[in-house]
Design a protein around this ligand. Structure first.
Ligand SMILES: Cc1cc2nc3c(=O)[nH]c(=O)nc-3n(C[C@H](O)[C@H](O)[C@H](O)COP(=O)(O)OP(=O)(O)OC[C@H]3O[C@@H](n4cnc5c(N)ncnc54)[C@H](O)[C@@H]3O)c2cc1C
Length: 353
């Protein structure tokens, strides 16, 4: 049976892996750097007070009764010509690849240590606002994340002065103008100070510099300035643009028959705007950014996948998976090569929780 490798166990990777396992004759391997997936849309509830764990899903539990193998490792580069992915602890070969490595927060010139990011710091924001030490909160960014964060903070019973800064003329600039107007009206009613057409240029010790000339006081500055594709794709031998990997209407990567990409790592029409500004007309059917991978050509390999120092191990990704439950299989991770072993020949498999 051939092997489909899914890079990334986030929103897109998880859904795709589940569908692939059910729908096709292929071994599905998910490579994820994290043990748990964080549901981004639940992070506002974390800010409100929900325990962080409630917003996460253990990948092993998710696939406990599925024939999906989870490899915990960090993707470093891709050789699409050789159908091989280089991981921190070795390499894995595939017949079909789905790249679902997501995006990262675009920080512009902001000092990361002076701003909070809902994507990664929801717990810290929760603690800060509930500790009573915070009074003035500034959110930078008038897109969906900025607007939802502000709405969340403004709905707390805690006494906060909440400001929203955006360089756009309206909130939700990537959506139809009406949506922005509704958001502005609603947030204004909740006491949020909205500054459109204003550029936040720097985070200072006690506030945010606006338009390079005046400081808005802030005890907590939340950055919601947008997303850019995962920079690891710069190490992939696949065509890409500023907004991500280039794919066709089947999500197939350009110039690579057996590699597909999905989610925030992809450059697709409408990613940055609502689609209208980047060329869509509203009555045209939208191409989805979520889908499944097809089967690629079977490439015969001697290793059958993850390589060990002297011999290959067959079917993915660990030679000792036979007879174990899928939950147990999910616990098998690949350990780094022993010192001195060459990178491409050095993965050993072991059980690790
Ligand atoms: C606060 C917030 C709220 C949001 N709310 C919504 C919403 O309500 N609705 C909506 O549609 N969208 C929402 N989004 C956007 C949504 O989260 C993303 O569009 C979605 O997560 C993209 O899915 P993805 O699979 O491409 O990336 P991700 O879900 O980010 O998954 C990428 C995965 O790849 C892994 N990874 C990254 N690099 C490596 C590596 N080198 N090696 C191994 N693994 C790696 C990551 O750990 C992660 O598990 C929100 C985003 C944020 C920040």
């Amino acid at each position: 049976m051939n092997r489909t490798v899914v890079l990334g166990g986030g929103e897109a990777g998880l859904i795709a892996a589940a569908y692939l396992e059910r729908a096709s004759e292929t071994n599905v391997v998910v490579v994820s750097e994290r043990e748990r997936h964080v549901f981004s849309f639940q992070l506002y509830r974390v800010i409100k007070g929900m325990p962080f764990d409630g917003a996460t899903l253990d990948l092993r539990d998710a696939f406990a009764d599925r024939n999906v193998t989870v490899v915990r490792d960090h993707v470093r580069w891709l050789d699409a010509a050789e159908k091989r992915v280089d991981l921190r602890s070795g390499s894995i070969e595939y017949d079909t690849l789905l790249i679902a490595l997501g995006g990262v927060t675009r920080l512009d010139a902001f000092d990361r240590s002076r701003v909070s990011d809902v994507r990664t710091d929801a717990r810290e924001i929760q603690h800060a606002v509930h500790s009573g030490s915070v009074r003035d909160v500034v959110i930078v960014g008038g897109g969906p994340v900025g607007v939802e964060t502000v709405a969340t903070l403004a709905s707390l019973t805690i006494d906060l002065d909440v400001s929203l800064i955006t360089s756009g003329e309206h909130l939700l600039a990537d959506f139809p103008e009406r949506a922005g107007r509704i958001a502005e009206g609603e947030l204004g009613r909740r006491g949020v100070d909205i500054r459109t057409g204003t550029r936040a240029t720097e985070a200072t010790d006690d506030g945010v510099m606006l338009d390079g000339e005046r400081v808005e006081r802030s005890n907590l500055t939340v950055w919601a300035g947008g997303v850019e594709p995962n920079p690891v794709i710069e190490n992939f031998d696949l065509p890409r643009k500023e907004h991500g990997l280039l794919v066709d209407e089947y999500l197939r990567c350009r110039d690579a028959d057996s590699a597909y990409a999905v989610g925030d790592v992809v450059d697709y029409p409408g990613k940055v705007t609502d689609g209208i500004r980047r060329g869509w007309k509203p009555d045209e059917p939208r191409r989805t950014c979520c889908g499944t991978s097809g089967n690629g050509r079977r490439k015969s390999t001697t290793s059958g996948g993850i390589r060990e120092s002297s011999t290959s191990v067959g079917p993915p990704p660990c030679s000792r998976r036979t007879g174990s439950s899928t939950a147990e299989r999910g616990r098998r991770f690949c350990e780094p090569s022993p010192p001195g072993a060459t990178r491409s020949s050095g993965t050993t498999c072991t059980d690790r929780v």
